[in-house]
Design a protein around this ligand. Sequence first.
Ligand code: DLL
Length: 435
Amino acid sequence: MERYWNKEIECMSREDMKKLQDERLVAQVKHVYANVPYYKKLMDEKGVTPDDIRSTADLHKLPFLTKADLREAYPYGLLAKPLSECVRIQSTSGTTGKRVVAFYTQHDIDLWEDCCARAITAAGGTKDDVCQVCYGYGLFTGGPGLNGGSHKVGCLTLPMSSGNTERQIQFMIDLQSTILCCTPSYAAYIGETLHEMGYTTDDIKLKAGIFGAEPWTEEMRREIEKSLGIKAYDIYGLTETSGPGVSFECSEQTGMHINEDHFIAEIIDPDTGEVLPEGSKGELVFTSITKEAFPLLRYRTRDICVLTREKCSCGRTLVKMSKPLGRSDDMLIIRGVNVFPSQIETVLIEQGYAPNYQIEVDRVNNSDTLDINVEMSDDKFSDMVKDIQQKERELAAAIKTMLGISPKVHLVPPKTIARSEGKAVRVIDKRKLQG
Ligand code: DLL
């Protein structure tokens, strides 16, 4: 039997949902125009006023926001409420230079947790469940978001955060966790460790997992489902739109329902910005219509996906997005951390290396690996041979400080990294994540 957290919204007729979105959009544009000078300027430059936005049909008239805008406006430039009314900040992991910081009023937190409660309920969660949350807690939105959703549903919540896998498994067995929330790669690792410790799925009570924050394939889903004896559900979100819970999977497991009462989704051509018809593959753009403190209008996620309104067997009428099929920028997600090649290049140059490098990402035993080959320059080559390992360690430490994750650095002789005649091939991603 399908469970809903808010059936009225999740199964609302298309007509009623559109009416709700129209009302909320009109109010939100007024709120942003009046309170966010940065966005007002963008609207003025485009010659759009709040009066031009009468319904979702007018959405395309509004200017886009991008990560570059967030950096330019950092930290307070997109705030739409006084700081005194904000109660929380969350942030993305390791983006170039300044990170994205998102602000929340108590009302924003309530709505965000409500979205996560919908995801947990769709995965079969009730107040009788024990929900083990192993997403990172802290600035990352994964832990706090699912933690809040779990409380709302009334599950007994285990705020484990990530790491210390044997202890995770011990608690999972002793406290009889029934729902696991973490990244898919960590879920696979937990499954593997469980079996290595000599346990089987008979020793645990897990029934469902809510996994997201990074790309994963259908093959990986089947592997996790088998090793943990569960049904694995996808969940999507980004810091800029609150965090996890923008969309979530239902029992059909064929894409994620977007919480359309809070977020209006569009698919655009990433090159021209043109809005594409339903069913097209393109870049996902979100407008948050209920957020108070940090309401982003037409925010370009850079995630490439497809939207569909085909009838879903779960009964929900909320539009469904496919798993993200890639990105329209060069961002990589490595061990759950957002990484841009330009960050690595910045460190190399700071440390006196030429920008001749290649990044190799792979997944070994369900964990991402990051190897960086860096060329030594001709003049430094002979001196450096003596202390190559020391230099590799220093460079790895500097990159870790920038990214928050440790790479393996390999210094290679001059002119050994293939030169390209077109764009340099900086990244070799062997993970085959687009299933
Ligand atoms: O990853 C929020 C989150 C936490 C989502 C826990 C789900 C569960 P950021 O660190 O800002 O926020 O990264 C957002 O991660 O633009 C996507 O590229 C990617 N992403 C998030 N969920 C998925 C998913 C969190 N289910 C960026 N599948 C997004 C594929 C995902 N990619």
